[in-house]
Design a protein around this ligand. Structure first.
Ligand SMILES: Cc1ncc(C[n+]2csc(CCOP(=O)(O)OP(=O)(O)O)c2C)c(N)n1
Ligand SMILES: [Mg+2]
Length: 803
């Protein structure tokens, strides 16, 4: 069904006709899918539908300019484009609508995302890179409007890096940086900050990015007058137009129903962007929504008669049809016949997709029904079980939920019976859940051999007379080794380039490794992450630096919605092994001492969260991560850069393992669990406690996500029978997460002789100054007294009340 870009320089009118007719065929096929798709939702076979109707013709033009190796980062309106590049068949379109969980039938997300969220496979079934230069690529869509923009920047920047940085093996990723990253966004979504942040950054970076704005004047029901100044996005972005030596954008404006002009515009845009690495904006105006926004409502509620009339007339497919007839490409009758054939084809495709989706479930139900029947025959509660069976049998279109509801409930009726039939059903249910659950839950993290969890520890080693250096020097030496060992690695962030980061962990490295690999960025945290996501998706190994943990809030949405879900939402067919480097915890005041770890932990499942207590540990984490294929956040201790550490002699080689805790002090009376900067206070308190006869064991968590995979903490608690978790987050934040892991996941409750305690910061933001810190975060005295109090409760005579 693909469009066939004509590469011959001279074509006959017959060739031209064939090509145009084929384009029309794709547009009409896509439209039929939208129309029938909506019906499938309204009749209940599919849950929700959001379609590409009214945006077909510009996408045909775009597809013709799109080449192998190029990338798309778009949104839910792009089904025609996906069809035109040959990456979405009719059957796959409906498989997405039905949430078919088989990735062979539903390659976009294996049913995890609603229809209209498109993707191609960058990885094979073993999680290894395919050759991206030999295929057309689409990064996987997300629903938050404009959330596709930050990633788009990185996808485009990768071409620049591949073109301009020597020494990278580009075989699978780039041909001389000639790839364009193509973005799409709706007119209303250009109101989002992420859009403006990305547009500015791409203008600064001068990357090959072409962004199409599909303008249908609405964002659901809200008209452009409430969205965009002057109701015209390209008008207000005019200042970005490049002029003479002043670099900027090339901006085009074109009507979305004008087939020949669209063809011309997209070819011109591609040429400029591909050869000159200039960002291009194409404002595609006068588009329509023939069926309204989505299946959730009708547009007659908010569009007046004139608008609806205009939309019917300027429907891009209708306009193309007129143009074809006017230019003798086809007759009305020929087109009507073609449209009829397509209607039939789409109906058949839909039927086939439904069969592929429902047949496995019907087979599963058959097994369940037979087991239920046998159980009913053997049970004294047979009547009730038969009722469940009949109910399950009555569904014309059963869900897996129906199968499990019936079988699980049936087991309740035989709870005090014992029979072979019961055992058979018990085993079947357990097996069924074990087989089906991964369809919905696999690939939150990498399941490939390069998973971070498969990396083993390589301890740092030291010369006998190893030098004591500032912590930042360990990091700097290690980053230097990383840039030597991994030509595809690069780091960027605010002040990360010229001065080598605000704490000098990259001192001198820009001079050594070049301004493309160690670079300064604008102050724009979300798109710093986006740069990283996009480049990581194209085979590079970016390290994105967020200057302070406090400011990760600006980036957290994109980390949560995009980065954390890449593997999950593609069922392991795309990855973005981005390392996010930041620094945090104790320094000064409300905006430079944040410890919003509870929020971070809860929002970014899918990204490893590592909290090294010193710079050697941090460097070891970077080394581990670069040998793995997963994203991670590394939070360095803001107050640790000037503390002395011995310089290892195996820089660039030692590795801190992920998900492994370290006992940094052995003790008998209580287990203290903490991480990062707080550990130094915990160690101080432990020393002072020793003086009064309390012997504390200290465990450094190091890795919050994943958490203590070997369950070493519970082993310590089995010995001490007491536990306290100490951190700088608010109560109920990270300390609650840690305690839940210890008590529930590790089952430590059974060993406890005292109530488990969490010691955290005050609920307000940390106040400025040394006393501000003392009265906001747990101090060594707070820690001492909290532990002493536990021991006082155990033995008031040994530990009389302090105050
Ligand atoms: C961040 C965010 N806010 C709100 C929504 C709900 N929403 C989905 S689509 C949409 C309107 C988008 O309009 P526009 O960008 O013009 O695209 P169109 O659907 O018109 O093609 C809204 C508000 C969302 N998905 N994400
Ligand atoms: Mg719109």
């Amino acid at each position: 069904m693909k469009t066939t870009p004509n590469t011959k320089t001279e074509i006959t009118f017959e060739d031209f006709k064939t090509e145009v007719l084929n384009d029309y065929k794709v547009a009409v096929t896509s439209r039929e899918c939208s129309l029938l798709g909506r019906r499938e939702v309204l009749t209940g076979k599919a849950k929700f539908g959001i379609f590409g109707d009214g945006k077909e013709i510009p996408q045909i033009a775009w597809a013709k300019a799109f080449r192998n190796g190029d990338f798309r980062s778009g949104y839910y309106r792009d089904q025609t484009f996906m069809m035109a590049i040959g990456e979405l068949t009719i059957e796959q379109f409906f498989a997405g609508l039905y949430a078919n969980t088989d990735i062979k039938d539903e390659p976009m997300s294996a049913g995890r995302q609603m229809g209209g969220h498109f993707a191609t496979h960058s990885l094979d079934e073993n999680g290894q890179w395919k050759n991206l230069t030999e295929q057309k690529n689409s990064s996987s869509d997300i629903s938050p409007t404009a959330g596709q923009m930050p990633r788009l920047l990185g996808l485009a920047q990768a071409s620049k890096i591949y073109r301009d940085v020597d020494g990278i093996d580009t075989t699978k990723f780039s041909k001389k940086g000639n790839e364009i990253a193509w973005g799409t966004i709706g007119n209303a979504s250009t109101s989002e900050g992420l859009f403006f942040e990305t547009i500015n950054a791409a203008g600064v970076l001068q990357v090959p990015m072409v962004i199409s704005i599909w303008d249908d004047q609405y964002g659901i029901s809200v008209h452009a007058r409430h969205q965009t100044t002057k109701e015209n996005i390209s008008e207000i972005l005019k200042g970005f137009q490049r002029e003479g030596d002043l670099k900027g954008y090339e901006i085009f404006r074109v009507d979305g129903w004008n087939y020949p002009e669209l063809m011309d515009t997209y070819q011109r845009a591609a040429k400029i962007s591909r050869t000159e690495h200039v960002p291009v904006m194409i404002h595609v105006q006068e588009l329509t929504q023939p069926q309204g926004h989505s299946t959730s409502g009708s547009h007659e509620r908010y569009k007046d008669k004139d608008r609806l009339k205009w939309e019917a007339e300027y429907d891009c497919n209708v306009q193309m049809r007129h143009w074809m007839i006017a230019n003798n490409i086809a007759t009305d009758e020929e087109l009507t016949a073609l449209e009829r054939r397509i209607k039939k084809e789409v109906r058949e495709g839909k039927k086939a997709a439904w069969a592929a989706c429902i047949n496995p479930i019907l087979a599963e139900r058959k097994e369940a029904l037979s087991l239920l029947e046998q159980l009913a025959a053997s049970s004294s509660n047979g009547v009730f079980i038969t009722k469940l069976k009949n109910e399950l049998e009555s569904f014309d279109e059963p869900l897996r939920r129906n199968i499990l509801t019936a079988t699980r409930k049936a087991l309740r009726y035989v709870v005090s019976e014992s029979s072979a039939e019961k055992t058979a059903l018990q085993n079947w249910v357990t097996n069924y859940i074990n087989t089906i659950q991964p369809k919905y839950s696999s690939h939150l993290y990498s399941e490939s051999p390069q998973s971070a969890l498969n990396q083993s520890e390589v301890p740092p080693t030291y010369d006998a007379n190893a030098e004591e250096v500032d912590g930042r020097v360990v990091l700097r030496e290690n980053f230097d080794a990383i840039f030597n060992n991994y030509p595809e690695s690069l780091i960027f962030g605010e002040d990360a380039g010229y001065i080598g980061d605000v704490n000098q962990g990259l001192e001198g490295l820009q001079e050594k490794h070049g301004a493309l690999r160690v670079s300064d960025t604008g102050i724009r945290e979300a798109t710093i992450i986006g740069q990283g996501i996009g480049m990581a998706m194209r085979g590079l190994r970016p390290i994105a630096e967020i200057q302070y943990l406090d400011y990760i809030m600006y980036a957290l949405q994109i980390m949560s919605d995009d980065l954390a879900t890449v593997q999950y939402r593609t069922k392991g067919r795309q990855k973005a092994p981005l390392i996010v480097r930041t620094r945090g915890h104790r320094l000064e005041g409300i905006w430079h001492s944040g410890s919003q770890m509870g929020g971070v932990l809860n929002l970014i499942r899918g990204i490893h969260v590592l909290v090294p207590r010193n710079m050697t540990k941090a460097a070891g984490f970077y080394n581990t991560l670069l040998d793995s294929d997963e994203p991670a956040l590394v939070v360095e201790c803001l107050n640790g850069y000037r503390l002395k550490e011995k310089l290892p002699n195996n820089i660039g080689e030692f590795k801190t393992p992920i998900g492994v805790v370290e006992t940094i002090r052995a003790g008998e009376d209580i287990t203290l669990v903490s991480y990062g900067s707080t550990l130094r206070l915990v160690e101080k308190a432990a020393k002072e406690l020793q003086v009064v006869g309390i012997d504390a064991e200290i465990i450094d968590v190091q890795s919050l996500l994943p958490f203590d995979l070997n369950h070493d903490i519970v082993k310590s608690i089995a010995k001490t029978n007491r536990v306290m978790v100490i951190d700088e987050d608010v109560k109920g934040g990270a300390s609650a997460y840690i305690l839940n892991e210890i008590l529930n996941t590790q089952g430590a409750f059974q060993y406890l002789d005292s109530s488990p305690i969490t010691l955290a910061a005050k609920p307000h933001r940390p106040a400025y100054g040394t006393d501000g810190d003392y009265f906001s975060k747990p101090s060594a005295e707070d820690i001492f007294e909290a532990i002493y109090e536990v021991m006082h409760e155990v033995s008031p005579s040994d530990y009389p009340k302090l105050r």
